[in-house]
Design a protein around this ligand. Structure first.
Ligand code: ADP
Length: 281
């Protein structure tokens, strides 16, 4: 099992800005107000989500909720067989919705199973609405269950073939909207947990449009100097990206997208990989 990562080891967006880890492109004017409380709440990391010792991790599940490939398989393997036993009692879940279970042998207390849209099976607006709904339902369930920290994988961007850049922007838009509606005040941390370097680079590139940096104030000893904790977190961070996001090979053999334009996909047997019978759509 991967080393366990505690919440206090995960850098906030505020810290990433302070360390100049997030590029602010001149063509990325934000229509959103900078908000320090939000930037203290948001994290972007590249990790195996099953290693996070937080309140809830989100699973990119399929409608059966009985396990599948990708992050779903990794979560079920790490949680042990009791997870699928509880999932059996849930009677499945529709795309765009989410259901919650215990985390069992995972370091995370709870798992929120969200069913993302299959990009290739829906119109773009329908897929977008369902993807955004996954993020919203995940956040709602966290709040309803008094959970303070939640990590999302890049839902639907694997087997379900949602374009990565659009998925990132749709996720960030929905989370920002949820916070702007005042619904996430009780949440301490919302983590975008990427598995692929490609997705990590995309989140680093696009986050400032949705969660712009707050203008720096003059440093005082009490407030803005980098704390000892922050210094320790910073020391563990990888170097910031120096090139545009590229499209490397997926780490496993279940790569679904072509290397060409983002919207240029090859349709393959994705449902088999997810353990869902074909023709259910
Ligand atoms: P979907 O069917 O929703 O596309 P996948 O599991 O195929 O779900 O992929 C969703 C995302 O999860 C992809 O970006 C993939 O790289 C990522 N992923 C796979 N394994 C893990 C993991 N252990 N931790 C975090 N993310 C993961």
């Amino acid at each position: 099992m991967a080393d366990v990562i505690e919440l206090n080891e995960i850098p906030t967006l505020s810290l990433l800005y302070k360390l100049n880890r997030i590029p602010i492109a001149s063509d990325q004017a934000s229509s959103y107000e900078p908000n320090v409380a939000y930037n203290d709440k948001i994290s972007i990391i590249k990790q195996d989500i099953t290693s996070l010792a937080i309140d809830a991790i989100v699973n990119a599940a399929n409608e059966s909720l009985l396990g599948g490939g990708g992050v779903d398989g990794a979560i079920h393997r790490a949680a042990g067989p009791d997870l699928v036993e509880e999932c059996r009692t849930l009677d499945g879940c529709e795309a765009g919705d989410a259901k919650i279970t215990d985390g069992y042998e995972l370091p995370s207390k709870k798992v929120i199973h969200a069913v993302g849209p299959r990009w290739y099976a829906l119109s773009a607006p329908d897929a977008e609405a369902k993807l955004k709904s996954c993020y919203r339902r995940g956040l709602e369930l966290a709040v309803e269950n008094d959970l303070k920290s939640i990590a999302f994988p890049a839902i639907s961007t694997g087997v379900f073939s949602y374009p990565n850049v659009k998925a990132c922007n749709d996720a960030l838009t929905e989370v920002r909207e949820f916070l702007d509606e005042g619904k996430g005040d009780g949440l301490q941390r919302i983590i975008f947990c990427n598995f692929l370097q490609k997705d990590q680079d995309i989140y680093y590139k696009h986050v400032s449009k949705h969660f712009p940096p707050v203008a720096e104030v003059e440093e005082t000893d009490e407030v803005t100097k980098t704390s000892t904790d922050e210094t320790e977190i910073a020391a563990k961070l990888p170097d910031p990206p120096t090139t545009e996001p590229k499209h490397p090979d997926e780490p496993s053999s279940k790569k679904q997208k072509t290397e060409a334009a983002e919207d240029d996909f090859v349709v393959v047997d994705k449902d088999d990989a997810k353990g869902t019978p074909k023709g259910e759509l």
